[in-house]
Structure formats: structure tokens, C-alpha cells
Design a protein around this ligand. Structure first.
Ligand code: F6P
Length: 475
């Protein structure tokens, strides 16, 4: 079979391809696999079955031909500059993202953005239909592509379709604000299995289905009416909390070079007694402002002092042209400047702030160097940083302060759980983590680590795909 006509038994459809553009040693442009957790979780399936991944290549107005990398077929979907603005920045990240994250920022609804979302979803569905073999399994990912399941079912009724939402699904009262709420539900119900991070998200979705579609849903099984009086189908909704590639992180954490680098980081920071760490995308949902407010007040109160304690805040650039992302960056940088101005010393900053990303090895060195990890998101589908920190603490030291409003909090019950909106609670929790008895820290971390290593991302994809294989087709 020629490359052009080859079809695949397992097809992943996600907004982005799991690759980054690089320049090779010969100066020629090429691709390198990005270190994301999703691709590690899907790798075994990609390799045992004939796997393809459909996604956007990251540039605009550029046609890129399908290519192979690491035994995967990658099928780029093109976006124009206007579609990047209206579909990705607009509908996905300025309508759906804030709406699905408890309206922390006000969502905007524009008909032109919706039209672009429909058009781009249709393009992804067509690409999936052209790539999937007869009776293939197609797994669609995340809020950017919620219309793809139904569009793909129209084009290819023979394929099995799974959908997984990586971000929260909001309560009905919030979801109902969306002018196209019914269309989104119908889009999702095109899948045989609709996966969410937490049982709470699944319950929110099922409630929205009962209210807007009016169909019955018992034990997560939704009766989807057939079109034009045709036979109906069953779609199943269930939670599948995602995890990380725990084993590869633990291997990096055991690497003597990475451990040496962790010691070096502490030395470079002036050997503080307590090193605290925050690692986030620069996003208003991550609660970085709240974290800095609590940290700054603890310094003002004299409960934490420089150079005894220092906070490293890594905030990687994200969606930088959007208004609320510009705003959060300004707020964070003002807060860091204020805290350092008031409490920093020559050669000893209270907060070390970095607005760029680091390679994976360096991130693991940061995790190893940190005594206290601060995850204070105001709402987060899961929060993989919390799980990554835990997976690297091979000697069971360190303390995790974790927001109740993350999906991870459902599982990581031995973390120090906190309501980040409650600054007093946040300050007390930070102090608890700083002053934790080594025996208590070790007991908590051991239990957290067991949880994270037993349930890694490969188990997650296996659980989802085996459930998908068994969903009944007819009511
Ligand atoms: O959490 C949802 C998500 O889409 C992730 O899959 C992704 O890593 C992150 O947000 C960043 O998204 P973007 O593609 O907008 O940079």
C-alpha cells in the first residue's frame, strides 16, 4: 500500500501533534518528539497497533505532508492565521477555557469564533475519517475538539470513537451560559465512550445531557436517540483520572547527574534551609497570584525570612496574546517585584521567578531540589505537576501543598490540602509544610508515591481503551 492510502487501526486526534520543530545538526529543520505525558501513555498502543496521530503542527498557513516519527504516523492539520485567532485563541481559549474553569475570567462568546470552531472541528473529523482503517479505534482529545465525535460518526459509522476531556466539565448552571451548549453535547455524544477526569465532571456532563438533550442516563449510560427515527445508540460517560509516566520520571530522579544538578541548584540559590517551588503554565487558573500573596504576607509577618527560605517560581509562557494572560503575567511580575523589593537581600532573592520553560531533566532536578512544592490552582482538570513532584521523591522527603480544586486532590489525599482562596488557610498550610516533622513527611510521601507509581499514564490509556472496546453498541 502506498503511504498516501495507508489507513490505521488506532488513530489519536488532538489539537497539537506530539512533536516540536527543531533544527538538526546539518542546519535542516526537523521534528523531535515533545516530552508530553499523553504521548508516553499512548506509545505502547501506537507501537503494538498501527497508530497515527492527527493534530495541528504549531504554525499557521503552512501545509505539511504526513510524516513518520518514532514508529508513529503524524498527520498535520493546517490552520490559517485567522483560524488560529478565532478557533484556538478565541473559542477554545477565550470562550471554553474560562467557562470550563469556573468562570475565573469572564468568557466571551462571538459567533465568528464559533463558526471557526465548527469549521476546524470538521477539518479534524475529515482527516480522521481519511486516516482510520475499517472498524478502527479513534480517540479524540480535549475541549478544542468536542464536535469531532459526532462529525466523525456521520462520516464513518464503522469506527469506534472515544473522547477524553482533559479539563474540568463545568456544573450545568455555568455550562448553560454557552450559546451553543446543545451542539457541544450532541458533538460529544457522537462518541461511544466519553471520559472525564473526575466523577464530578462526569456527573456535570450527565446532568447537562438530561437537561438539554432530555434523554435518560443511568449509571453513565446515555441513550442517544437515532436520527430520523432510526435505531438509537448507547454512549457511556465515565471518569478516568489521568496520570504521568511515573517510571521514566523515577528513572531520571535516580540518575546521579540529575541528583548532582539538584544539589547545584540549591548551591546556586545560596543553600537556603527551605526551598519552595511552583511550576505552572502562566495561566490565571493556576492560582500563582494567591500563592505569592500568601508567601509575601508570611515574609511581612516574619514567619518566613530571607535567606532561610526562598521560592522558585517557574511560569512557562502560554497563550500570550490573550488579554487575561497578559493581565496575569503583569500581576505576577508586580507581586514578585514587590516581595523581592521588600524582603530580598544582595545575592539572596525571596522569589526567583523564571518566565520560560526548561528541559525535562532540569525540571526533575528542580523537583529533587525542592523541600516544598506549591500547587495552588483555583481550578484544574488534574494537575500533573503535583504527580510529577511526588514521582521524583524517591527518598520520601518533601511536602506537597495541593489545592482542593485540582483533580489530583481526589487521589493525593495525603498531600496538605488547601483552599487557595482562603489566604489564611494557604499561609498556615505553607507553614505546616515548611515545619513538617521528617517522620510525618515520609509517611505522607510514601503513600502518595505508591499511589502515583501504581497508577501511571499507561494504565490510564489501557483502562480507557479497554472500556471503549466493551461499550455496548445498541440499547
Ligand atoms: O490542559 C489542557 C491543555 O490543552 C493541555 O493538553 C496542554 O498541555 C495545555 O492545555 C496547554 O495548551 P496549549 O495547547 O493551549 O498551549
Amino acid at each position: 500500500m502506498t503511504q498516501r492510502t495507508k489507513r490505521f487501526d488506532f488513530v489519536v486526534v488532538a489539537n497539537r501533534l506530539p512533536v516540536d520543530r527543531v533544527t538538526g545538526e546539518d542546519g535542516k529543520p526537523g521534528w523531535k518528539r515533545s516530552p508530553g505525558g499523553l504521548v508516553s501513555g499512548l506509545e505502547p498502543v501506537m507501537h503494538t497497533q498501527d497508530g497515527a496521530w492527527i493534530g495541528w503542527g504549531g504554525s499557521t498557513d503552512e501545509k505539511i505532508a504526513p510524516f513518520d516519527l518514532d514508529e508513529m504516523r503524524l498527520v498535520p492539520v493546517e490552520l490559517s492565521a485567522a483560524e488560529f485567532e478565532q478557533y484556538y485563541e478565541g473559542f477554545a481559549n477565550a470562550s471554553l477555557w474560562p467557562l470550563y474553569h469556573d468562570v475565573i475570567a469572564p468568557p466571551e462568546f462571538h459567533r465568528a469564533w464559533w463558526d471557526a470552531y465548527v469549521r476546524v472541528n470538521q477539518r479534524f473529523a475529515k482527516a480522521a475519517a481519511a486516516t482510520a482503517a475499517d472498524k478502527a479505534v479513534v480517540w479524540v482529545h480535549d475541549y478544542q475538539l468536542q464536535l469531532v465525535p459526532a462529525m466523525l460518526r456521520d462520516l464513518r459509522p464503522d469506527v469506534k470513537i472515544g473522547f477524553f476531556n482533559h479539563i474540568p466539565f463545568p456544573p450545568y448552571e455555568i455550562f448553560a451560559q454557552l450559546p451553543w451548549r446543545r451542539r457541544i453535547l450532541e458533538g460529544l455524544l457522537g462518541a461511544d465512550l466519553i471520559g472525564f477526569q473526575r466523577p464530578y465532571d462526569t456527573a456535570n456532563f450527565l446532568r447537562a445531557v438530561r437537561r438539554k438533550i432530555g434523554t435518560t442516563a443511568r449509571h453513565g449510560m446515555v441513550k442517544v436517540p437515532g436520527t430520523d427515527g432510526g435505531e438509537g445508540r448507547i454512549a457511556k460517560a465515565q471518569s478516568f483520572p489521568i496520570s504521568i509516566d511515573s517510571q521514566s520520571l523515577a528513572e531520571l530522579a535516580a540518575d546521579p547527574d540529575v541528583q548532582r544538578r539538584a544539589a547545584e541548584i540549591r548551591t546556586e540559590l545560596g543553600d537556603p534551609r527551605v526551598l519552595m517551588l511552583g511550576v505552572d503554565r502562566m495561566d490565571y487558573t493556576k492560582g500563582i497570584r494567591h500563592r505569592l500573596k500568601a508567601f509575601g504576607e508570611l515574609m511581612d509577618d516574619g514567619d518566613l525570612t530571607v535567606p532561610d527560605v526562598t521560592l522558585v517560581q517557574i511560569a512557562t509562557p502560554s497563550r500570550e496574546r490573550l488579554e487575561y494572560y497578559k493581565q496575569i503575567r503583569t500581576d505576577v511580575e508586580l507581586a514578585v517585584g514587590r516581595i523581592n523589593g521588600e524582603h530580598g537581600e544582595l545575592g539572596a532573592a525571596a522569589v526567583h521567578y523564571m518566565h520560560h520553560s526548561y528541559p525535562r531533566r532540569e525540571m526533575v532536578a528542580f523537583y529533587l531540589a525542592a523541600d516544598v512544592m506549591l500547587v495552588t490552582a483555583l481550578r484544574d482538570g488534574m494537575n500533573l505537576v503535583a504527580k510529577e513532584y511526588v514521582a521524583t521523591r524517591l527518598d520520601n522527603t518533601g511536602a506537597l501543598v495541593l489545592s482542593e480544586f485540582t483533580g489530583a486532590a481526589d487521589e493525593l489525599r495525603q498531600a496538605i490540602l488547601v483552599n487557595p482562596h482562603d489566604i489564611i488557610d494557604l499561609k498556615q498550610s505553607i507553614l505546616r509544610a515548611v515545619n513538617i516533622e521528617p517522620r510525618e513527611a515520609s509517611r505522607r510521601m510514601r503513600s502518595l508515591r505508591r499511589r502515583v507509581s501504581e497508577d501511571d499514564v499507561k494504565h490510564w490509556s489501557h483502562r480507557f481503551l479497554s472500556t471503549l472496546a466493551h461499550v455496548r453498541e445498541h440499547p
